[in-house]
Design a binder for this molecule. Structure first.
Ligand SMILES: CC(C)(COP(=O)(O)OP(=O)(O)OC[C@H]1O[C@@H](n2cnc3c(N)ncnc32)[C@H](O)[C@@H]1OP(=O)(O)O)[C@@H](O)C(=O)NCCC(=O)NCCS
Length: 449
């Protein structure tokens, strides 16, 4: 055997990694990520590699929107022009004389980003798709040409994504009469998440993710194996951090955690916000394609909106089930059927609207059935169904249920993810076996708890 030949063999761990990556590709293909990139990264030796990684995401079919941060470049241009500006609570007051320099800085950053994209054969496109308003006078302070984002012209951005472009959005917005305002890029990224259907928001910056040192961490906090950065936080942890570490968190981290919270805590918001260090090789890919990641991930509490249904919820539940009954996905349930078993029903509710429901019917002798799992079409694929089923499985465990089962005609594949396996109707408890409708021929799935 020639020992100089490279070994043509991948160990089991790398095969599993490859499988994990395929799984993520399947999950994110066709979805949209927003990447807010700080301009301080531009001069870094690894910046071209970061841009290459971004293009790789685009090449596998993930839609991308880039928002450029311009703070350092604006600073550079203003210093050169000898214009002093004041920054109050992280907001720059922009006098009229500064605006041409702000615009110049914005163009410089956008053009650099677009040229990196085209070097890697991707088409970035810039445009003014932000409707802005003046911040005006607040607490006696005139913010002059500093503005805030009113809305994103989402239909144009959506169209560009459909044409395989990467929209690059910068920090200038116009009001209805064409006046330009200097805007905060983090807030632009946040607004895009609220106005478009976005899967993930990334803040890519020239500093570490959320650090752990010098901070009081909530119980159960998940720290990265290197011990230095916070790995995963749910919204309860974010609340804790904002409350207990107000003085110790940097102004920027405080602001990012607040934006993350406001963007996740919305029915149409994103599920996940990632804060990563763009100076570290491969961090973006690690965050997208591995469950461990390399930055700080902030995610919504799946269970925050789940509660037991009450009689007042019945019309909403009926409405939710009705569409599925008409499609033949579910058996008919009347208001009085639901009323009789109201304690079995759990709902995913935001304010008074019911976005999803599911029921746990106890049959005795350690058996229970999951049924009536449905999610409003407008909120599908946001993890609501998964959250409900996981919640119901936990509720069954607490009730010492030994075997959970369900009958489904259309969603067997989906339930396999929770560990359900195929079964035969003859395995059901007698009371349920008798009620089994052979004409409907539903699949029977079991889960041993
Ligand atoms: C099944 C259902 C409850 C899932 O709700 P959801 O909130 O969209 O689910 P999640 O967000 O947790 O998961 C979505 C994923 O499941 C997949 N999925 C949804 N329905 C599926 C089905 N019938 N079979 C296989 N996969 C399915 C989606 O494609 C999506 O995949 P992605 O994350 O890769 O994009 C919802 O689609 C629904 O209401 N279906 C109609 C009613 C029904 O069939 N109920 C089950 C019988 S009791």
């Amino acid at each position: 055997m020639n020992s100089r030949l490279p070994q043509r063999y991948a160990d089991r761990a790398s095969v599993n990694t490859i499988r994990e990556v395929f799984d993520y590709i399947r999950r994110y293909k066709g979805k949209t990520f927003v990447l807010k990139i700080e301009d301080t990264l531009i001069g870094h030796p690894l910046f071209p590699l970061l841009m290459k990684d971004i293009v790789q995401l685009h090449d596998i079919g993930i839609h991308l929107i880039i928002v450029t941060g311009t703070r350092a470049t604006i600073e550079k241009h203003l210093t050169k022009a000898k214009i002093n500006t004041r920054v109050v609570n992280g907001i720059r007051i922009t006098p009229k004389s500064a605006m041409p320099h702000v615009k110049l800085a914005a163009m410089e950053v956008v053009q650099t980003v677009i040229s990196h994209l085209s070097a890697d054969n991707a088409s970035g496109i810039m445009g003014n798709w932000i409707r802005a308003r003046s911040l005006g006078v607040r607490e006696g302070l005139d913010y002059q040409y500093t503005g805030y984002v009113e809305k994103i012209q989402s239909s144009i951005v959506h169209k560009l994504l459909g044409q395989n472009f990467i929209p690059v959005i910068y920090n200038i917005g116009m009001n209805a009469t064409g006046n330009c305002y200097n805007l905060n890029s983090d807030k632009i990224a946040r607004q895009i998440c609220l106005d478009l259907d976005i899967e993930k928001l990334f803040f890519i910056r020239a500093q570490d993710a959320i650090p752990t040192s010098g901070l009081e961490l909530p119980p159960g906090s998940q720290v990265h194996p290197n011990g230095k950065i916070y790995s995963n936080m749910d919204l309860d942890h974010v609340d804790f951090m904002l409350k207990q570490n107000k003085e110790s968190l940097s102004f920027e981290n405080l602001a990012l955690l607040t934006y993350a919270k406001t963007v996740i805590d919305q029915p149409k918001g994103v599920n996940r916000v990632h804060i990563i260090d763009g100076r570290r090789e491969g961090r973006l890919l690690q965050e997208v394609f591995s469950s461990i990641g390399g930055g700080t991930l902030i995610y919504g509490n799946q269970y925050a909106h789940i509660r037991q249904a009450t009689l007042e919820d019945i019309p909403e539940i009926l409405h939710l089930l009705d569409g599925n009954i008409k499609k033949g996905n579910m058996i008919i349930r009347t208001a009085s059927d639901i009323k009789d078993k109201i304690n079995a029903y759990h709902i995913y509710a935001v304010d008074h609207a019911v976005y999803g429901c599911g029921a746990l019917y106890e049959l005795g002798q350690g058996w229970a059935e999951i049924g009536a799992v449905a999610v409003n079409d407008a909120y599908k694929s946001k993890g609501i169904g998964r959250g409900l089923v996981q919640y119901i499985i936990q509720a069954a465990q607490k009730k010492h249920i030994k075997t959970l089962f369900l009958l489904t005609t259309q969603a067997a594949d989906w339930f396999f993810e929770f560990g359900f396996v195929w079964a035969n109707p003859s395995e059901l408890p007698q009371s349920r076996r008798e009620g089994y409708n052979p004409e409907r021929n539903s699949r029977v799935l079991l889960l041993k708890l």
